[in-house]
Design a protein around this ligand. Structure first.
Ligand code: NAD
Length: 351
């Protein structure tokens, strides 16, 4: 007997697949419904190890389809929603903002409406967990950290769409009483990361002896979190977070892009038994991204103090696990770097 049904949107994506795996394995008495449209970023290969479990169901559907959301919510009667489905890549949002408005804003509102409809404003025991990013807070100078009180100041079409979705989730809480929690997380990395993002892109390019493109002077600073630690944080906030609250999630771990890529090169050379400095020769500085935010850094004190969460690995350990995963899963890497991704890559870096 399943004692809870949870719809996880975007469960075939990078972070979503780790969240789905965590929930399916940890809560055998929950029915986990993975709702995903399988865009270029969705890959069911990510979930092969759990797809036959009796408490797991996959539903291919697009969250921009409002009628489909009402139908699916009526069919599965979820007690909780963990919403990760999104267009997630900043460079793509600069090239085509509309898809980001459709999925990230309209799609989120469709889910909120479907939740209200099936819960009929009787919200006891229900929860909508919206997964968002630290990019909604804008950029920092050399000093300071984003806290849960930092005012929103998004700069890219991606972060503007995520900020908008965050506001809608809060508005449904304040207007209709819809129970919600919100997490704003820093940059994730780890197994199954799509190789348009910095770390897997560099691993892929090193293995193929291609340039490692670094924007501007490489001094952009980000906080990095191992993806499995993000999944653990989502599990904790979904179950124990305070209704209506937001929690910042971060790795207590800031890196300038250039230093990060040098550390990555060093580790890959060591793992491949090559002379130090081999991979670093591939570093190439490329034209900066428009509106590029200088620094993001997150203060994750609240989730640490209220819920006892802290990252389980250091960045060097997480990076080492990540590189090992990519070296052991070259087929996965090849399969996702063909076709559409290849075209996108050529347009972005060769155009
Ligand atoms: P991803 O791009 O790897 O995966 C997104 C998933 O959503 C894919 O499986 C895709 O098929 C699905 N999807 C996209 N549009 C859809 C639609 N219209 N209907 C249904 N499914 C759709 O993204 P990710 O990196 O795993 O990010 C997941 C969430 O976490 C996003 O909301 C993102 O904003 C947030 N986030 C990401 C990071 C990060 O570093 N990657 C950091 C903080 C927050």
């Amino acid at each position: 007997m399943m004692n809870k049904t949870i719809i996880i949107t975007g469960g075939a994506g990078f972070i979503g697949s780790h969240v789905v795996r965590t929930f399916v394995n940890k809560y055998p008495d929950y029915h986990i419904v993975n709702l995903d449209a399988l865009t270029y970023a969705g890959n069911l290969e990510n979930l092969r190890d759990i797809e036959d479990k009796p408490n797991y169901t996959f539903v291919k559907e697009d969250i921009t389809d409002a009628a489909a959301m009402f139908r699916i919510f009526a069919e599965y009667q979820p007690d909780g929603i963990i919403h990760l489905a999104a267009e997630s890549h900043v460079d793509r949002s600069i090239a085509d903002p509309s898809a980001f408005v459709m999925t990230n804003v309209i799609g989120t509102v469709n889910l909120l409406n479907a939740a209200r409809e099936i819960w009929k404003d009787n919200f006891a025991g229900k929860r909508f967990h919206h997964v968002s990013t630290d990019e909604v807070f804008g950029a920092l100078g050399a000093e300071g950290l984003f806290t849960e009180e930092t005012a929103y100041d998004p700069h890219s079409p991606y972060s503007a769409s995520k900020a908008s979705s965050d506001h809608f989730v809060r508005a449904y809480h304040d207007t209709y009483g819809l129970p919600m929690v919100l997490t704003n997380c820093s940059n994730n990395y780890g197994p199954n990361h799509f190789p348009e993002k910095l770390i897997p892109l560099c691993i892929h390019n090193i293995l193929n002896n291609r340039p490692l493109p670094i924007y501007g002077d490489g001094r952009y600073t980000r906080d990095w979190l191992f993806v499995i630690d993000h999944a653990t944080a989502i599990d904790l906030v979904f179950h124990e977070g305070k209704d209506g609250d937001a929690y910042n999630v971060g790795g207590f771990n800031e890196w300038q892009n250039i230093d990060l890529v040098k550390e990555l090169c060093k580790q890959v050379d060591e793992k491949l038994g090559r002379p130090a400095g081999t991979a670093e020769q591939l570093i190439t500085f490329v034209k900066d991204r428009p509106g590029h935010d200088l620094r993001y850094a997150i203060d994750a004190t609240k989730i640490n103090q209220e819920l006892g969460w802290y990252p389980s690995v250091t960045f060097e350990e997480g990076l080492s696990k990540t590189i090992d995963w990519f070296l052991n899963n070259k087929e996965w890497l090849e399969s996702v770097t063909s076709g559409d991704y290849q075209k996108y890559y050529d347009q972005q870096y060769k155009g």
